[in-house]
Design a protein around this ligand. Sequence first.
Ligand code: NAD
Length: 375
Amino acid sequence: MLIYVPREINALETRVALDPVSVAKLLKLGASVSIETGAGNAAGHLDADYTAAGASISTDRNSSLGSADFVIRVLPADLAEIALQKPGSMATGLMDPFGSRERIEAYAAAKVSALCSELIPRSTLAQKMDVLSSQANLAGYMSVITASEQLDSILPMMMTPAGTISPAKVFIIGVGVAGLQAIATARRLGARVEAFDTRPVVEEQVKSLGAKFVKIDIGEVGQTEQGYAKELTPEQVELQRTGMAKVCSSSDIVITTAKVFGRKAPVLLTSQMISGMRPGSIIVDLAAEGGGNVEGTVSNEEIVTDGGVRIIGWNALERKVPRHASQMFSANMFNLIEHFWDGEAKEFPLKTEDEIIKGCLLTHDGAIVHERFTS
Ligand code: NAD
């Protein structure tokens, strides 16, 4: 089986879908790997590192896309490039399935089997293949690092002959994978941390990290089978905003990570709430790409409000640590392939009845096959 990794074409992207360590492991399984020249540069992996790991370096993107059995990318493919893949081949990586129906149709039309990383089931078995989790962990860490760098004060308490500095107050809204890592990071840096999530099950996790769980009574919410939050009613959103306004106004840093899978992110911080925050305070909106949790967020930009609050809307903050982000992304890719690998045939047999494959397979044999996208 020939695996091809094209260079990411989005100018902001720094990650590469396979690092040299994963390439070497794939070769050991019996696969062949081809990497587009320069694909790993931004993550610190030069062509020579890939050659040393046993990959071949390709300088002809179109022909490599056309000859590969399996194309692995970080970001969703351009429609024109999907058409270059040969019928019967496979593709994986992030595919933004709710964002572009045309992309799914393009995979079906090209007769490519598309394994969508966002849809990998949230089961214990598939955890090692879960890109959303591995990248959210790093984004959560980077949200605190980025905010603390921009903040006009320090995070830990300091007792010095020149006086005592109180610890910064950090408020985390949404305690999934990114939120938990943000809490842990802010605690390590010495901040006083509060957090809120609509799923009551996270209260214990918040406390175990040494943070305070903010209690807001918004009625019944719960979570889906996959662990995702359910959408709130407009009344519940209003109750939540009221409950959070006071915490926000006394916080130096607010980090929002609240997403609802497959839907636009809920707006949880209104301009009015932000106007109650002190000048110099920081908001990091990790949901910016999906519409944002914060009124006024601009995706992939930083803005400063009239009241002097900085709102950071950078997408995929894990791109700021591309070496580790690529390492984890690559490990997820390798784990997927290794899990299904047929060592004798040296193939990735597409087991369409397997729970993991069923959960993430968008297209197969020229048709859209995923139940969420068939109608
Ligand atoms: P996510 O990125 O979809 O959302 C981030 C967080 O925002 C979630 O905790 C969600 O409950 C919260 N949220 C949504 N609306 C909100 C609102 N209005 N106000 C406040 N918070 C709100 O979620 P995620 O980080 O991907 O993970 C969610 C859960 O799934 C976690 O418990 C996680 O541990 C679990 N998970 C399990 C697996 C697995 O078993 N393989 C893998 C990944 C995640």
